[in-house]
Design a protein around this ligand. Structure first.
Ligand code: DLZ
Length: 161
């Protein structure tokens, strides 16, 4: 049986986001980190063609609230994808585990419930420095990655229409 030549698939280029509409939910906890994630995400969406008026940003208190904030966006018909941006830093209690579990499960559920992309842009680190390194520091910006993922998933959905 003939197999597909997967080398033909282009995984590098990013589709145009010109007509796409995005919601971004940002956690206020660890704001120095999360605002850098949001800045990266907005810049990347715009770099790929999204317009200012098609990017809506809202804040929630902490990462635990990200899924509900994202759901408010999802209930608007004119949003194609939602980015959830947060930063959970390991402390001395089990809070870290509960928050990470909640936001992860909440995000998975939203994707399937609304049949729209909800992108997990939450840093889960041991230290603030590790988070800063991934929010525009030496390890890039998770907000940029979340933006590219959102664009690719909206484009993928459009391919099935
Ligand atoms: C309570 C709490 C703690 C200890 N740590 C973080 C954190 O590192 N990152 C974060 O985004 N939020 C944290 N929170 C707040 C919770 O996400 C949530 O806002 C509260 O538990 C109220 O539901």
């Amino acid at each position: 049986m003939a197999t597909k030549d997967l080398s033909q698939y282009d995984t590098k280029s990013v589709p145009s986001a010109e007509k796409m509409r995005f919601g971004i939910v940002v956690a206020e906890w660890n704001l120095e980190v999360t605002s850098a994630l949001a800045e990266g995400a907005v810049n990347t969406l715009k770099k790929h063609g999204a317009s200012d008026e098609n990017i809506k940003v809202k804040f929630v208190p902490g990462s635990f609230e990200l899924p509900l904030g994202a759901q408010y966006f999802a209930e608007m018909d004119n949003i194609d994808a939602v980015l959830l941006l947060g930063c959970v830093i390991q402390g001395e209690t089990r809070h870290f585990d509960f928050i990470c579990d909640g936001v992860t499960k909440g995000t998975v559920d939203l994707n399937l419930k609304f049949n729209k992309p909800f992108v997990f842009g939450v840093l889960t680190t041991n230290t603030q420095q590790q988070a800063l390194d991934r929010a525009g520091g030496k390890h890039g910006n998770k907000g940029d990655e979340a933006a590219v993922t959102a664009i690719k998933m909206v484009d993928l959905k459009q391919q099935f229409r």
